[in-house]
Structures are given as C-alpha cells and as structure tokens.
Design a protein around this ligand. Structure first.
Ligand SMILES: [Mg+2]
Length: 132
C-alpha cells in the first residue's frame, strides 16, 4: 500500500476531497488554464458535462438505465469524473468548500423535508406545506 492512500500529497493529511481539489488546481496551473477557469466558464462546463451524463441515458427504459453494459457504465463514470472536477474547481474558485456547503444544504433539506412527514413522497416541499 502506498504511504498516501489518496495519492501523492507529501506529509499532509488531507481528506480525499481536499486532495482532489489540490490535484485539479495543480492540473489547471500546470497547463496555464487557470486563466480560462472563471466562474462563468466553469459553470457552463459543469452543465455541459452533466448533459453528457444525460446523453448516455437518453431513450433508455428505467430498467435499461439501471443495468448498463460495462462499456457504457465506464463511459458514464468518465462523465461523472468530469462533473465532479468542474464542480470542485468552481467551488475552489469561489472560495467555497464543497463538502461544507453540501453538509449545510443537507441540513437545510432535513428541515425542509422532515422524514416523518415526507417519507415515500416525491412532492416538492411547497406542495406538502400547502397540504397538496
Ligand atoms: Mg465529458
């Protein structure tokens, strides 16, 4: 087992997410691409990559989408990697910690969708608050 299970990060003890943030930042800097990584460009790149995930599922039945052939599953994984890298790059450029903001949003969603009130329902919170 390598000394650093999440890649080369010297003597640092980083979470996998913080390590990935640094690796993506270094990837851009090594190529002088930081100049292109403005928040507006990154947000558009993120949406494009998310659409590339959707493209793999377009026209599939629900059963087909849940049982992808290995080659297609690998291709979807590649796009998930693209989405994650653009997402953390966008957060990095905005000075946001993606794990912190996700945890904050999850806590807000717990309050918005109390499990004992919404269990088994896909309705939006505005519908159940109105009793719809
Ligand atoms: Mg892609």
């Amino acid at each position: 087992m390598p000394p650093y299970p999440y890649g080369e990060c010297g003597a640092c003890i980083l979470s996998p997410m913080k390590n990935l943030i640094q690796e993506v930042r270094a990837f851009a800097e090594e190529r002088d691409w930081d100049q292109f990584h403005t928040p507006n460009n990154l947000s558009m790149a993120l949406a494009v990559e998310a659409a590339e995930i959707m493209e793999h599922f377009q026209w599939l039945t629900p059963d087909e989408s849940s049982d992808l052939p290995a080659e297609k599953r690998k291709a979807v994984g590649d796009e998930i990697g693209d989405v994650l890298m653009y997402l953390i790059r966008l957060a990095d450029k905005l000075g946001l910690d993606p794990v912190d903001v996700a945890k904050q949003k999850l806590e807000a969603n717990r309050k918005k969708y109390p499990a004992d009130q919404v269990r088994g329902s896909a309705r939006k919170y505005t519908e159940y608050e109105r009793g719809v």
